[in-house]
Design a protein around this ligand. Structure first.
Ligand code: PHE
Length: 464
């Protein structure tokens, strides 16, 4: 009896249902990476941090930090076939070493991210309807600003849209990894690309679009500071869903035949392409109609509606734009919520349904503090940030880089290069020795150092 019970707790590979097809695996991973990070964060941070130079730092972080950590996480997850916390517990050389804390920190980060992410996703849902009804149709930013303010400062509206979002995610997750996550993302990702390209064509064919292109592609390095470099690296973590357990969890659903380095590189590149495409949808239009790119987090909700209202057929494109943002957000939220769900399901022993319901309930509670941070709880500020901004800052600029740092140290120095070679070559079935060696070198020597320096300098703990 006991052995049987233990067996269940270890969640042997045979019992777990993971992703079932190669394309489904790619799209689910891509669905996690692509999200509001591309459509909301990337454009507003690029706008607020001066454009091309910021993008360049972001791309370098993606290559030297994001890609290696992502490969490492998927590799660890597949090797252990467990949720994030137990992956590290299982692979740790001794049960006394607290590597599982990486997974636990990840679960905490997943909650904090979901708290504000589900709120923004709620705004996006609300905006689909507002765009369709024409209620945010105005070329005057003070009118669109008013519309946005009345949404976010109304406690019940803010909560309601967040709950709708959480319920939507729960309904998909309850269906399971393959029938829920894989099946949904496989349908949504192609649609997302199609919509994005459509909006791009509209924006790029506007008279005056070239100024937006110059902003995106001509770097001005004088705008970079240590803090904006940390922001760019934090964005790389956020974008690739790494440093917090998501890719470990998804890796545990990867089939033995998946080529992890090549799959990951494809995800990284596609994610970058989607960010650039989102930038191309937004900045040419922003400049063409004489708006400023520095609006910050509200860029998507105040500037963009005004911009769309000014263009021919703008109302249709605005509806499409918010639908595509909602699609992007959904795939990402599935992967965020899956981190605690997998843990509760496999280790605590709850059914998948109950694990999802419990997580959703907890998320509604934590999320409410973010949803109400512009109204009832607006006076709760820490370091000059309300709870919404605080969760965002803590996760992207602290928890994820710290998590990524330890993943790199654990995989590169503790787990060991022999096991990495075995795992990434699919036990020598792939002939990718060159790629694996390059990966090992970067993961051991470059990634941790870069994360540490950027983190300490960005926080002002290391003099320039
Ligand atoms: N990568 C997602 C996005 O860009 C956000 C995310 C972060 C998802 C962490 C999962 C884990 O929107």
């Amino acid at each position: 009896m006991d052995t049987l019970k233990n067996d269940k707790n270890l969640s042997s590979p045979a019992r777990r249902i993971g992703f079932t097809t190669a394309l489904g695996t790619l799209f689910a991973t891509l669905g996690s990476a692509i999200g509001l990070g591309n459509i909301w964060k990337f454009p507003y941070l690029t706008g607020a941090n001066g454009g091309a130079a910021f993008i360049l730092v972001y791309i370098i972080s993606t290559l030297l930090v994001g890609l290696p950590v992502m490969i490492a996480e998927i590799m660890l997850g597949r090797s252990a076939r467990a949720d994030a916390i137990n992956t590290l517990r299982k692979l740790s050389p001794s049960p006394r070493q607290p590597w599982w804390l990486i997974g636990a920190g990840g679960a905490l980060a997943a909650f904090l991210i979901m708290a504000f992410y589900s709120e923004v996703a709620g705004w996006v849902l609300a905006y689909i309807f507002k765009a369709a009804s024409g209620s945010i149709l105005s070329t005057d930013p003070s009118v669109t600003s008013q519309a946005f303010q009345s949404l976010v400062t109304n406690p019940w509206q803010a909560l309601l849209w967040q709950w709708i979002t959480l319920a939507l995610v729960a309904v998909i997750l309850i269906r399971g990894v393959s029938r829920g996550i894989e099946a949904t993302t496989k349908r949504l990702i192609p649609l997302l690309f199609a919509l994005l390209i459509l909006v791009d064509i509209r924006s790029l064919t506007l008279p005056g679009a070239s100024q937006g292109l110059a902003f995106l592609f001509t770097p001005d390095f004088s705008r970079l500071t240590a803090a904006s470099v940390l922001t760019a690296m934090g964005l790389a973590f956020f974008k690739l869903s790494i440093g917090m357990g998501t890719m470990i969890t998804y890796g545990s659903y990867y089939g033995e035949e998946e080529n992890i380095p090549s799959n990951t590189a494809r995800v990284m590149l596609s994610d970058l392409v989607v960010s650039i495409l989102a930038g191309l949808a937004i900045f040419p239009a922003v400049f063409a109609f004489g708006f400023k790119p520095e609006a910050g987090p509200s860029l998507l909700f105040i500037t963009i509606p005004a911009v769309f209202s000014a263009m021919p057929l703008g109302n249709i494109f605005m509806v499409l734009f918010f639908i595509l943002a909602a699609i992007a957000a959904t795939g990402a939220m599935l992967s965020l919520v899956e981190v605690p769900v997998a843990f509760l399901h496999e280790q605590v022993g709850l059914s998948r349904r109950n694990a999802t319901l419990l997580t959703t309930l907890l998320l509604a509670l934590v999320g409410a503090t973010a949803a109400l941070s512009n109204s009832t709880l607006a006076h709760w500020t820490f370091f000059g940030k309300n709870l919404f901004d605080l969760y965002d800052f803590i996760t992207s600029n602290l928890l994820m880089p710290i998590g990524g740092f330890f993943v790199a140290i654990f995989a590169g120095w503790v787990w060991g290069t022999g096991k990495i070679r075995e795992a990434l070559s699919n036990h020598s079935r792939l002939s990718n020795r060159w790629v694996v060696n390059a990966f090992i070198f970067v993961l051991r020597y470059i990634t941790p150092l870069l994360v540490l320096i950027i983190l300490l300098r960005g926080l002002g703990l290391l003099p320039a």
